[in-house]
Design a protein around this ligand. Structure first.
Ligand SMILES: Cc1cc2nc3c(=O)[nH]c(=O)nc-3n(C[C@H](O)[C@H](O)[C@H](O)COP(=O)(O)O)c2cc1C
Length: 205
């Protein structure tokens, strides 16, 4: 056994999503986060395409992303509720001490995609595995995180703020991972009994 089964199970089971509004003033160790990103990449990857791209943002870019998301949430509507929600989102996102934007790059005009269109979906699957690796590594470092798909990528300025070089659909945003420290933990979700989800033939004669 490489790490104890009990420790690994505890790591997976105890990871919880934390809201960026829960993060306190303690600065996360961004060098640790950078190293976690490097390790997280070691996920299963059909055709060895290495599709994930990471953008580890600084405070000014995080603020900008928060501002852009506020504009997306508010839209053009004069609706007071939306304006208030947008302001809250801007404050919540902008004050996060850390943010990683994870994108998935697949060249849609490549020979691989022409011969194996499924590679697009497989690349997404690899990126999702990488995100979970990353969440677990951060959790083990005592760094809380949230995977968000809030559609800030719809903002016309988003790619320029983050520095994403390739246009969609080749490079698409799959996760905004907010991270920081907090004393708060969300209660664990309830899961349906495994019998409802697993067809177990392992004891068949
Ligand atoms: C692909 C993906 C997208 C998510 N997007 C959001 C989001 O936009 N906003 C949000 O509040 N949570 C988002 N989450 C977090 C989930 O809501 C969270 O994982 C779920 O409530 C279960 O909680 P847990 O992570 O503590 O187990 C996302 C999670 C995944 C995997």
């Amino acid at each position: 056994m490489i790490v104890s089964q009990q420790d690994l199970e505890r790591l997976i089971s105890s990871r919880r999503t934390s809201k960026p509004s829960w993060f306190n003033d303690q600065e996360p160790d961004h060098a640790d986060v950078r190293h976690a990103i490097d390790v997280a990449r070691k996920a299963p990857n059909h055709h060895r395409t290495e599709p994930a791209r990471f953008y580890l943002l600084d405070k000014s870019r995080i603020k900008e992303v928060g501002r852009l998301f506020g504009e997306i949430v508010a839209g053009d509507s004069p609706d007071e509720f939306l304006i208030d929600r947008a302001a809250k989102k801007t404050t919540e996102w902008s004050s996060s001490p850390g943010l990683i934007v994870v994108t998935c790059f697949t060249d849609h005009s490549s020979e691989l995609v022409a011969s194996k269109p499924n590679a697009i979906e497989e690349d997404y699957a690899t990126c999702a595995c990488i995100c979970q690796n990353l969440l677990l590594l951060l959790h083990n470092l005592g760094i809380a995180a949230k995977w968000s798909t809030g559609p800030v990528w719809k903002h016309r300025d988003f790619r320029q703020v983050v520095g994403i070089p390739n246009p969609p659909p080749d490079e698409r945003v799959i996760a905004l991972i907010f991270y920081g420290h907090t004393e708060k933990t969300a209660p664990p979700p309830t899961y349906s009994p495994i019998e409802m989800k697993l067809s177990d033939y392992s004891n068949s004669p």
